[in-house]
Design a protein around this ligand. Structure first.
Ligand code: HEC
Ligand code: HEC
Length: 450
């Protein structure tokens, strides 16, 4: 019988309280380790009945739900299970599906063991100093330690378990994007283990900087379920929590990408999964190096023209819109191909979400055939979804709505999605001038229905 313990439900509730602003208090049972979405949903109903029903009804709601909770606990066993980073069997299954008779579960388990010798376990993370030197250039381990492990305060009164408190309901304990709420959301919560991020100030193929991830946490990603943690970031007491979480996201991404690449190396080239293998250690060093290099690759953005702040007169405005529109519709930029002639996101080009390709295209499965991709469901696969071009009329810019952020998106593209970087005139290369890119930004921003 599957055992579950109960903390994740509290985290689940805690987050939905932030998202939906439910004014309830969390029931005082130990919800530290639940991995059961059913229980979490149940507790949400319970919480809602407590605040939204008249008092006498709320009491009967309490009694009824508590009774059912007891039944679920008896049926499934409310004990504490051993928690750990989940082995990436989805990636192993994807790579071994065709042409090999290897067992994905045992490959993933072995790779996970190698990774654990370098990065520690879910409650006690560590840094592979012997192989890659000190962590300082990439992240701070004291911050990582505060985010890992169960929620609570240690004897030093410092709060720990920040990731489980704020993020697991969507991103999952291992940062695999498979938290209990994941299947209800679109786009799906990010699987950090692929090491690919969308909203950053570095070119495709390069890692985001600390500031990029911090901006995502501060602003959230409007138009998706990713909430803003602005309230924490701007409070005196919790601002450090947000900074610490940035380090933990980097840690999970490095750990996860190393794990993926070890699995690939084993399946494709037959390299043994051993922590002292030189080839395996080379992979570790390469991944860490990419994160250490990211601040060197930041795009320098020219200053935002004044007319974005102070409204210009009508004829200037009309001229700029005209210029932007011409560029938007030109063959050179091909914006309409995806965003559609009116910028409503209804162009012809449609592709599947990159993160769902692991269990479709990468595994040789056509995402349009549910029967086929469902064979990957036991490994955690979710329904493949489309990567939809943005509808500019909604005005929800996922990477931030300031002109300079939109400038970045157009110049750098959005990694992991079909959105390409625009050709920019540079050192004699043909392409758009900075002025033309600002015209595009201006046009796109003025498509919002107000
Ligand atoms: C309610 C669900 C939810 C919660 C809670 C949540 N996220 Fe997310 N997060 C998402 C979704 C959905 C996306 C994907 C958005 C997209 O693809 O555009 C995302 C994306 C991200 C990204 C990727 C940004 C990029 O540039 O690609 C980061 C980093 C991130 N979340 C960090 C966090 C952290 C850290 C926490 C906890 C402090 C957290 N999230 C809590 C749903 C959530
Ligand atoms: C091949 C398809 C494709 C082309 C061509 C394309 N885009 Fe996109 N664009 C996308 C997709 C897909 C997204 C949504 C990515 C995501 O967040 O998942 C997007 C998102 C955007 C965003 C939103 C950024 C944000 O923060 O929300 C802007 C702005 C944008 N595109 C502008 C442009 C402009 C201007 C052009 C032409 C120079 C262009 N796009 C060409 C596919 C495309």
């Amino acid at each position: 019988m599957r055992r579950f313990d109960t903390t994740k439900a509290r985290v689940f509730l805690g987050n939905w309280r932030t998202v939906l602003r439910f004014p309830y208090s969390v029931p005082s049972i130990d919800l530290q380790r639940s991995s059961n979405p059913l229980l979490a949903c149940f507790l949400m109903i319970l919480a809602a009945t407590r605040t939204h029903l008249p008092r006498n009804l709320a009491v009967s709601g309490w009694l009824a739900t508590s009774g059912m909770l007891a039944v679920i606990c008896l049926a499934t066993g409310c004990g504490r299970s051993e928690l750990g980073y989940k082995p990436n069997s989805l990636h192993a299954a994807s790579l071994t599906r065709e042409g090999t008779d290897q067992n994905p579960i045992s490959i993933a388990k072995k790779a996970s063991e190698v990774v654990e010798t370098w990065f520690g376990n879910i409650d006690q993370p560590k840094w592979p100093t012997d192989q890659v030197g000190l962590a300082d250039q990439v992240l701070r381990m004291d911050c990582v330690e505060r985010c890992a492990g169960p929620v609570g305060r240690g004897i030093d009164k410092v709060e720990r378990g920040l990731f489980r408190k704020h993020c697991v309901s969507c991103h999952g304990l291992s940062g695999d994007g498979l938290g209990p709420a994941a299947m209800l959301l679109e786009p799906y919560p990010r699987d950090f283990r692929r090491g690919t991020f969308k909203f950053k100030s570095t070119p495709v193929g390069k890692k985001p900087t600390r500031e990029d991830i911090h901006r995502t946490l501060h602003d959230g990603i409007p138009g998706t379920a990713m909430p803003s943690f602005r309230a924490l970031d701007e409070s005196e007491e919790f601002a450090k929590d947000v900074e610490d979480l940035v380090h933990y996201v980097r840690f999970l991404a490095i750990r996860g990408e190393v794990e993926r690449r070890l699995i690939s190396l084993h399946v494709r080239e037959g390299v043994e999964l051993e922590s002292n293998s030189q080839r395996m250690q080379e992979v570790l060093v390469q991944v860490v190096q990419k994160w250490a290099d990211s601040p060197d690759d930041v795009l320098v953005i020219p200053e935002t023209p004044d007319y974005f702040q102070t409204p210009s007169d009508d004829s200037d405005h009309a001229q700029r819109i005209e210029k932007g529109k011409t560029l938007f519709e030109s063959e050179l930029t091909a914006c309409v191909k995806c965003h559609g002639p009116t910028g409503a996101g209804d162009g012809k080009s449609q592709d599947f979400d990159e993160w769902t390709k692991d269990w479709t295209i990468l595994a040789g499965i056509d995402p349009k055939h549910p029967k086929d991709w469902k064979e990957m469901k036991p490994f955690g696969a979710l329904k493949p979804v489309l990567s939809k071009p943005r509808n500019f009329h909604w005005g929800a810019y996922h990477g931030g709505k300031s002109p300079s952020e939109i400038f970045k998106r157009i110049v750098l593209g959005i990694e992991g999605t079909p959105m390409p970087p625009v050709a920019r005139a540079h050192n004699g290369n043909p392409g758009l001038t900075d002025q033309e890119i600002w015209d595009l930004v201006y046009y796109v921003m003025h498509l919002e229905d107000r």
